[in-house]
Design a protein around this ligand. Structure first.
Ligand SMILES: O=c1cc[nH]c(=O)[nH]1
Length: 442
């Protein structure tokens, strides 16, 4: 077991995980953007990060290097998952999606939440999911919380309890999730916004093209400004090119001069629109300083799902390269886990990044995409980005891989996770633990 004051010698650290001031001091990066580094851990913190002493051209101190020689294996900081749904997680066995469609998911979740989402049920499933995320190396996570009444009164206290229980291991944030039409009930939404504010949460909604969409989006911005809350939307999770609520969100942010953070997830329909139309929308998103979160696994699963036995023709994901070209911050996140919106998943951000690389072509070159699971989601959440940098807690993941092809070809089930410099137990919870919760409801 790794722990104590050691130096991890001859590690490979990606430039985006070192932090801007450090990378230029580290010598030359390899073709994958990795630097060879010696990482000294003292008292649970990273004391120094220096060019690997044994590396050609390295200039780091070599005399007091005690600790394992990683022989060029990759070290990541811990990871940030900024868009999940802990409240729905792991219900698949009792409430599957009958046909894998978006509509099927909505109906299945509505039925399961009405029948089963007690405080005990939510707590057990959320804790299970967080133990998975922790074992995989996640240190911060934002969850959306279905917040239609009366579920909000059950789910938000559970979330607050979970956040306290997990404090110091996973930094938890909550966002309320309601359909945008819920804002027609002004008093009801005002009460929900106060609940979210009291919990230190973020205001959110699912946006789609209802006739009064502009007024409703405007209302959520006004509410967020009055209460000093950030915003996080689900927008345009459809292949319908006429779904343009992302543009309406950007226009509202600009019109209102919104000073908080705005993040928008999904935005699938953008990639079904003519290039010029999508480009105009993205110019507004860039101008408004909005960040985007792409959810490639869930979108691949739900979008273009056909009921006629034919094969899907598009990948369901948004225009991430066009966004980055405009300087828009793009985060990658897990989304749903073993629920009717996504039958699979384990809150493993390495799986998510591996899938994102294939689905979104985040390779050849990799460029700064590794920041999409550390720096970019940390910005979405307004927290410090995990980094391999002096003065940071020694929170990191060690892989038995030396290049992107080695890292992304295997599930990395044998990864070592250090928290505060000590190796944690990465044994995943057993699914059978959930069996008592999975009896189908009457
Ligand atoms: O992808 C989605 C959309 C809405 N609600 C979810 O839980 N997931």
């Amino acid at each position: 077991m790794l722990s104590g004051d050691v130096t991890l010698r001859n590690a490979r650290v990606h430039g985006t995980h070192l932090g801007a001031p450090v990378a230029p001091l580290m010598g030359a990066a390899d073709a994958g953007g990795f630097y060879r580094a010696d990482i000294a851990l003292r008292g649970g913190m990273i004391a120094t990060v220096t060019p690997a002493a044994g590396d050609a051209g390295g200039c780091g101190p070599s005399s007091d290097l005690e600790g394992p020689d990683l022989e060029g294996r990759i070290v990541f900081p811990t990871l940030v998952d900024c868009h999940t749904h802990l409240d729905k997680g792991h219900i698949w066995a009792r409430q599957p999606n009958p046909d894998g469609s978006f509509g099927g998911a909505l109906a299945a979740v509505a039925s399961d939440s009405a029948a089963n989402w007690s405080a005990d049920d939510l707590s057990a499933r959320m804790d299970f999911a967080l133990r998975c995320a922790f074992a995989h190396g996640t240190s911060a996570l934002r969850t959306h919380i279905d917040s239609q009444s009366p579920q909000d009164a059950i789910s938000w206290p559970v979330f607050e309890q979970m956040r306290a229980t997990w404090s110091g291991r996973i930094d938890l944030q909550g966002v309320c999730l309601v359909g945008i039409e819920a804002l027609r009930d002004e008093a009801g939404f005002a009460a929900l916004a106060q609940r979210v504010k009291a919990a230190g949460g973020v205001l959110g909604a699912v946006t789609y093209m209802v006739p009064d969409i502009e007024a409703l989006v405007d209302r959520i911005f006004v509410t967020a400004m009055e209460l000093g809350l950030d915003l996080d939307f689900h927008a345009d999770e459809t292949g319908d090119p006429d779904a343009m609520s992302l543009r309406i969100i950007a226009q509202a942010a600009l019109r209102r001069g919104f000073g908080g953070r705005v993040n928008v997830g999904h935005c699938c329909s953008l990639s079904r629109q003519p290039d010029a139309e999508a480009g105009r929308c993205l110019d507004l998103v860039a101008e408004a300083g909005i960040s985007i979160t792409t959810l490639p696994m869930c979108n691949l699963y739900l979008q273009d799902r056909r009921q006629d036995g034919t094969t899907p023709r598009w990948r369901g994901v948004t225009l991430v390269h066009e966004m980055r070209a405009r300087g828009i911050a793009v985060a990658i996140a897990s989304d749903n886990t073993r629920d009717p919106f996504y039958a699979y998943g384990d809150l493993d951000m390495i799986e998510t990044y591996r899938m994102a690389t294939r689905i979104l072509h985040l390779d050849h070159p990799t460029g700064d995409w590794p920041a999409a699971i550390t720096d970019a989601p940390a910005r979405v959440m307004g927290i410090d980005a995990p980094q391999i940098a002096a003065g940071r807690s020694a929170d990191m993941i060690l892989f038995r891989a030396r290049s992107w092809t080695e890292l992304l070809s295997r599930p990395q089930s044998d990864r070592i996770v250090l928290r505060g410099g000590a190796q944690i137990d990465t044994t995943l919870p057993d699914y059978s633990e959930l069996d008592p919760l999975m009896e189908p409801s009457e």
